[in-house]
Design a protein around this ligand. Structure first.
Ligand code: 5CA
Ligand code: ZN
Length: 412
């Protein structure tokens, strides 16, 4: 698939400290240590509805990872998928008497527009599940060959499953006990009750064709791919056997990222698949996680259509810490609009207080597990100073504008 387009990123004088991020698997805040190439895979949307503020918050967090790494001189190889075939998409298409292909394409197109408006830097590879079916099949065939997968004994629907005991480390990514895993598996697309599985947690790799469901011909028989193996195949084939960051929202900790890692490790023998597993907090509305299935959504495209500046949406979402579950409130948007107006006024002045210290503070706060509340406060302080005519540096407004653009992704 075509990714969206990115605006050029200005370079910022000075140097950046290494990025530290909280890693779910170790429960620690640890430095990321990419080489010249920084490799990141972030789970993309299932395009059955428009991008809501929860999705946007998650992609903005990983956009900052990209920006901080770039600022530190890394070449960022960023890959994102689109789950353009899966149960939720088919269910929604049936509900709305829509064609699942058309629905997926329409919502993916809208997502791209939203990402572009929010100035999220585009991934290097933007890959749909449907277009990767041949490579997913290849991975499933390899998993069968090494004994990490098995075909269920069912004449009608001979589905293929991943054996969760295939890697000795299974469970390390989430750190959850089995009861928690079983509970989450049932809630998040797994099928612990399916008869014939070796272990209730075993995850679907290839679903044999059912009546009235789309299917693809393959050496595995007619069918369609499971969910985790989609991301494992797309990531492995573009980023290699070990990546720096596997990202997504906290609802993907289990089973999705646990199984994605296990699929990859069962083939490559390289543990851990990701050096950091990073999970963004959930955005809630009216006390509940914003989710397509609940329908309590605020869409980025709706706000934009109502004339809201996408930069205010960006600032509103960055005003909270990326890992904190938090509620969306209209007041966040009003505060962000006021902040944006203040910053714009300040950078349009001819002079301002020296920018060096402010830029280095923004860098330090972002490098500290993306502490955006503090990074924004550092720019607030500079803007307030400029408005009070404290400081007479003629280069400062230009420097602040470039730093806010490059590091925070906000165009002033
Ligand atoms: N296609 C899969 C990943 S391979 C998927 O989870 N799609 S999604 O459309 O449901 O979610 C897309 C991304 O947004 C995921 O990273 C998910 O964790 C994140 N997300 C979903 N709801 C929220 C929310 N309320 N707050 C924050 N992030 C969310
Ligand atoms: Zn994924």
């Amino acid at each position: 698939m075509l990714p969206w387009s990115s605006v050029p990123v200005p370079s910022v004088a000075g140097s950046a400290p290494p990025l530290r991020l909280f890693d779910t698997s170790s429960g620690e805040l640890r430095p990321t240590a990419p080489g010249p190439i920084a490799r990141m895979y972030v789970c993309g949307i299932t395009p059955y509805d428009a991008t809501h503020l929860g999705h946007a918050a998650t992609y903005l967090a990983f956009d900052l990872v990209s920006r901080v790494w770039r600022d530190a001189g890394h070449d960022v190889h960023y890959v994102q998928n689109v789950t353009d075939i899966d149960d939720p998409l088919l269910e929604r298409a049936i509900r709305d008497q829509d064609d699942w292909v058309v629905l997926g394409m329409r919502e993916t197109a809208l997502f791209r527009e939203d990402m572009e408006a929010l100035r999220v830097l585009a991934p290097k590879h933007y890959i749909g599940a449907v277009e990767s079916i041949p490579e997913i099949n290849e991975l499933v065939i390899k998993l069968l060959a090494v004994g990490a997968a098995y075909r269920i004994d069912d004449q009608r629907y001979p589905d293929i499953y991943f054996d969760c005991t295939a890697t000795p480390e299974f469970g390390y990514e989430s750190g959850y006990d089995e009861a928690t895993m079983l509970r989450l598996s049932a809630r998040r697309g797994g099928d612990p009750e399916r008869p014939g599985k070796r272990h209730p947690l075993d995850a679907l790799l290839w679903r044999a064709a059912r009546p009235n469901e789309p299917y693809w011909e393959s050496d595995l028989g007619r069918g369609r791919p499971g969910w985790h193996v989609e991301c494992a195949a797309i990531a492995l084939n573009r980023l290699g056997t070990q990546i720096d960051v596997q990202g997504g929202g906290s609802d993907l900790i289990f089973p999705h990222h646990e199984f994605g890692a296990a699929h990859a490790e069962a083939i490559t023998g390289v543990h851990p698949f990701a050096r950091h597993y990073c999970h963004a907090g959930m955005i809630a509305l009216d006390g509940e996680k914003m989710s397509k299935s609940r329908g309590n959504l605020v869409f980025v495209s709706r706000l934009r259509a109502d004339g809201v500046d996408a930069m205010a949406i960006r600032l509103a979402l960055l005003s909270g810490h990326w890992r904190t579950d938090r509620a969306w409130e209209p007041a966040l948007l009003h505060q962000a609009q006021a902040r944006l107006a203040l910053w714009r006024e300040a950078v349009s002045l001819r002079t301002g207080p020296d920018a060096t210290d402010t830029v280095s503070r923004v860098r330090v706060h972002l490098a500290d597990d993306l502490n955006t509340p503090r990074a924004l406060a550092a720019v607030d302080a500079w803007a307030a100073g400029a408005r009070q005519r404290r400081g007479r540096d003629p280069d400062a407004p230009v420097s602040i504008r470039a730093a806010v653009d490059a590091l925070l992704g906000v165009a002033l």
